[in-house]
Ligand binder design. Structure first.
Ligand SMILES: Cc1ncc(COP(=O)(O)O)c(C=O)c1O
Length: 443
């Protein structure tokens, strides 16, 4: 084995003599190309280095002529890690809780085969904020969806008595639930499926926001259907907001046919849309829901499934588990992520600043109707869609925004999503809006 040396922190962090503070964006890219998987294509020529404040990132490059100097650029974070940092970068309350518990409370790392005291805090907080009877902790967002899928199937088998080889799970077209094999089996996105078959059987899709199609499907195959799995707003699809009466009708149909309603709140939860959870905007009560992303306050991956007692209770010892799901540090972070959601009134701020951002986006659309076709969103989950023309390229807009100090990213060729931290203020929304106006004007 070759010698390996690792030392230092931050810019001084060095591996085998390579000090990361000395690397140019091109050198970072070369390392990623030669030593990493090519499953992402990050924005070119920018490397994020640290946090300036809850909505601002600092990107750094070494100075081309002086190794002791850097060129530093501020970037307003318009994406906040795909809604994982709703509480703002390095939220002080969560950071303090982490440091305090690691350093003073001597937080242990133990698995679920022995109880630890922090699990109780997390379960009390998570059932309270969701209004659900029971919660099962997981780690990544996709795992909360995957567990909802498994619970749906088990409920179908054990409670609804659907023969296992006949059970159907229903999803919506355009969905995004993550990258596990079951999640891509439910996806209709060609890139995420290509070459990964054979897929998980027993899955059917209905068009999103089409209640008649769902009704027909339930009337034809309802006996075999265990669960309908749906995002309250489709984030990855480009912030697709369904009709106001869609979810209430879905909920009623599910009740009529004894089919579970599972909502995926991984992206829409934790205040993002102006309510703690987006389904609450429609005043419905799902049977089960998956949360992730901001459930970990942007500090740790934390996810969970919350649901009704009789649904969660289909799980039995040995049927499900996760080494790091709800381990002490995740339980502390998860509990404090909820505390911040409530005490910093994140949903209220999302509603106020989201309305302001949407009015700014509408103004820009009215100024450039030949470029912007539509604006969409709820709270601070927003997007604008451009007309489908080669010059109106979402990636070019993302690069243009970077030049004007804003980090945002296209979801599709013509759509740019804006989902800043829920701690953002009016001045920062103005900065974001002005950058968009300038970039759109120059297209
Ligand atoms: C609605 C939804 N579900 C699940 C996921 C997967 O979460 P993760 O990437 O943390 O696994 C995402 C990620 O964007 C999402 O938007």
């Amino acid at each position: 084995m070759s010698q390996l040396s690792i030392s230092g922190y931050g810019d001084d962090l060095s591996v085998n003599g390579v000090r990361i503070g000395d690397l140019t964006p091109k050198q970072h890219e070369d390392i990623e190309l030669s030593k990493g998987g090519q499953n992402y294509s990050p924005l070119e020529d920018v490397v994020v280095s640290k946090v300036k404040d809850s909505s601002t990132l600092l990107a750094r490059k070494p100075h081309p002529e002086d190794v002791n100097r850097y060129i530093e650029t501020e970037l307003l974070d318009g994406l906040c890690c795909y809604s994982a940092v709703n509480q703002g970068q390095l939220n002080q309350t969560i950071v303090d809780a982490v440091v305090r518990h690691l350093q003073e409370e001597k937080l242990p790392t133990v698995p679920r085969s022995i109880r630890h005291k922090y699990m109780s805090a997390f379960l009390l907080a998570a059932t309270s904020i969701t209004g659900m009877d029971k919660v099962v902790p997981k780690v990544a967002g996709v795992e909360s969806w995957e567990l909802s899928f498994k619970i749906g199937r088990r409920w179908g088998s054990k409670i609804k008595k659907i023969p296992e080889d006949k059970c159907l799970m229903i999803g919506a077209t355009g969905n995004f639930h993550g990258r596990s094999l079951a999640a891509v089996s439910m996806s209709d996105d060609i890139d995420s499926r290509d070459g990964f078959g054979p897929f998980v059987p027993g899955i059917e899709l209905v068009p999103y926001n089409d209640i008649e199609a769902l009704q027909n499907l339930f009337e034809n195959k309802g006996e075999r259907i265990a669960c309908f799995m749906v995002e309250p707003i489709q984030g990855e699809a480009g912030v697709i907001v369904p009709d106001d009466d869609y979810l209430p009708k879905v909920s009623q149909l599910c009740k009529n046919h004894n089919i579970l309603l599972a909502v995926d709140e991984v992206q829409t939860g934790f205040g993002r849309t102006g309510a703690n959870f987006a389904h609450q905007l429609s005043d419905i009560q799902p049977d089960i829901m998956g949360c992730g992303k901001a459930a970990g306050g942007g500090i740790l991956p934390v996810s969970f499934v919350a649901g009704r007692k009789d649904v969660i209770d289909v799980l039995t010892p040995g049927s499900e588990g996760s080494t790091f799901g709800g381990y002490p540090l995740a339980s502390v972070v998860g509990t404090y992520a909820i505390k911040v959601l409530v005490e910093e009134h994140l949903a209220d701020n999302a509603r106020t600043q989201g309305n302001y951002l949407m009015s700014n986006l509408d103004e820009i659309m009215n100024e450039f109707p030949d470029k912007i076709k539509e604006t969409r969103g709820k709270g601070l989950l927003t997007a604008f869609e451009m007309h489908n023309e080669p010059r109106l390229d979402g990636h070019a807009v993302s690069l243009g925004l970077l030049q004007h100090g804003v980090y945002a990213k296209e979801t599709h060729h013509t759509t740019v999503r804006l989902a800043p931290a829920l701690t953002i203020n009016k001045n920062q929304i103005d900065t974001l809006s002005e950058a968009i106006r300038t970039v759109i004007k120059d297209l």
